[in-house]
Write a protein that binds this ligand. Sequence first.
Ligand SMILES: [Zn+2]
Ligand SMILES: [Zn+2]
Ligand SMILES: [Zn+2]
Length: 150
Amino acid sequence: MTMCQRCNYPRLFRSKGVTPTPNRLMLMELVGDSPAPLSPQKIYETLNRTHRLNRVTVYRILDLLVEKNLLERLSSGDRSFRYGLAPNANHRPHPHFFCRRCGAMECLASDSLDLDTRALERRYPGAIEKVEVRVDGICGNCVGAKGKMG
Ligand SMILES: [Zn+2]
Ligand SMILES: [Zn+2]
Ligand SMILES: [Zn+2]
C-alpha cells in the first residue's frame, strides 16, 4: 500500500464540510491509499482487525464519504460495489478494469482511454456529475496463470 503524499485528507474533509473524525480518516486512508478499489467486505475486515469497527459503522461512513464526493462507489461486474478515491485536484478521473475470472478490480491510468468529458460537458445541456467507465476482461495475473498451466 502506498501512502498518497499529495492529498491532505483532513483538509479535504473540511473543504466538503465533513468533520474528520478518527474513524472516518482511518477509512479514508485505507481506501484513498489503496492502489486498487476495495470491496466493503475487505474494508470492514481490515478495519475490524485493528480497531473493532462494526459493519454498520463502516457502511455508514462509506455512504457519507460517497455522498460528499470524497470516495466514489464503482459498480463491478459481479453485482457488488467497490470503493475508490473520488477524483480531486490531485487525482484525475480514470477507467477501471474488472477481471471476470478472479473478480479483481484495478485502476487504469487516466490517459489509457480517451475520455474527453470536457467535450461532452460542452455539448450536453444538463449537468454531468460523474462518469464511470469499466473495462471488463481477464486480468494479467489470470492470463499469465492460464498460460503457465497450458
Ligand atoms: Zn492523493
Ligand atoms: Zn483475474
Ligand atoms: Zn481507481
